[in-house]
Design a protein around this ligand. Structure first.
Ligand code: HMG
Ligand code: MG
Length: 315
């Protein structure tokens, strides 16, 4: 029998959390070896089968910028053939109107734009300035909303930037507010390089609150570079945030932020939430089996502590 943590709820925390799975996108975008489209498709289907309610499937970015996801059309076409309407509900990243057009051509219903909280990362990731990134997002979000498509807004480098160092909380709130004013539904606050600590998480969520943005509009997106991701989730839960991005097996990174390592592992998050008695709807065994299989495909063990503890470092 697979071990599970003893359930001991903690007062004052939400009773239910949404896990927003980003493994096929954030997890695979940084892989050196090109992962076959059939493997990606199987990965997405296995994650859905494990009960993950939202699986971000790929990115409609420039293929030269992220070659690993150059097969976005092929992946989504294949998934539509296999899953029908369910595939069109899978979110994808679109940086601009061209990316949105590609997503709309396939009938997709959920997209995400991704902004930078810092000048340097806006240049490196989007070839734009902090200000001019919004010239790209504005028509993209407007067109998506016109087409009845839901838009998520990411903000990267919310807790620190490898080139600029500390990032003032007010700068992050300003970028987040501008995305919300364009009409994005949910705002995902990214700790792209994994430097956040618990007090900082609470301070940022509180600063958004003071600016009129309730925790229900926010998601938290932690990379686990310094091993702080779960502590940061705990801080987020205490602050009332109920959506957490995670990546099966802890895959991930950003090709335009070299110090970014893997995302918070979905399995580690599931273990943690289960122990707190917080509903998440995910089958831990099925995600571990998926990450174990994926580790075999990638030829290296999963960095997730929970995947390792449950004996699934690689099939
Ligand atoms: P650019 O070079 O400024 O693009 O790149 P452009 O607008 O000048 O267009 C140049 C050419 O690219 C044109 O073609 C466009 O049509 C084409 P031409 O006329 O020369 O033949 N083009 C496209 N082709 C296909 N799909 C597109 C597209 N857009 C333009 N979407 C651009 C600007 C935004 C495109 C580029 O910088 C880019 O693709 N960046 C993506 C970088 C990326 O994907 N990074 C990783 C995701 S973000 C992340 O991981 C962080 C996150 O996880 C949260 C966190 O951890 O913080 C979300
Ligand atoms: Mg990320």
């Amino acid at each position: 029998m697979t071990p599970l943590p003893m359930v001991v709820p903690e007062e004052g925390l939400p009773t239910e959390v949404t896990i927003y799975e980003v493994g096929p996108r954030d997890g695979l975008q940084n892989e050196k070896a090109v992962v076959d489209v059939e493997v990606k498709s199987a990965f997405v289907k296995r994650l859905l089968g494990a009960g993950l309610p939202i699986v971000e499937a790929t990115s409609f970015v420039h293929p030269k910028w992220v070659p690993q996801l150059a097969d976005a059309e092929a992946l989504m076409t294949g998934l539509s053939a296999d899953l029908g309407e369910r595939a069109r509900e899978l979110p994808v990243l679109v940086p601009n109107a061209r990316g949105l057009e590609r997503a709309l051509d396939l009938g997709l219903r959920h997209v995400a734009v991704f902004a930078s909280a810092t000048e340097t990362f806006a240049a490196k990731n989007l070839n734009r300035t902090l200000d001019s990134q919004f010239d790209m997002f504005e028509p993209t979000v407007a067109q998506a909303l016109d087409a009845g498509v839901d838009v998520r807004g990411y903000v990267s480098m919310c807790f620190g930037d490898p080139w600029e160092g500390a990032v003032p909380v007010r700068q992050v709130v300003a970028v987040g507010k501008r995305l919300l004013e364009l009409g994005v539904g949910q705002l995902s606050l990214g700790d792209t390089i994994g430097v956040a600590t618990a007090g900082h998480v609470k301070a940022l969520v509180a600063a958004f609150g003071e600016a009129g943005v309730e925790p229900g509009r926010l998601a938290l997106h932690f990379h686990d570079t310094y091993g702080q991701a779960l502590t940061n989730v705990h801080a987020g839960l205490q602050a009332g945030v109920t959506t957490y991005d995670a990546s099966a097996g802890g895959l991930g990174g950003c090709p335009y932020a070299r110090s970014a390592t893997g995302n918070l592992a979905t399995e580690d998050l599931v273990w943690f939430l289960t122990g707190l008695g917080i509903e998440h709807g995910v089958d831990l065994d099925a995600v571990v089996a998926t990450s174990t299989w994926m580790a075999g495909e990638l030829g290296r063990p999963s960095p997730s502590a929970v995947v390792r503890a449950l004996g699934g470092a690689g099939e």
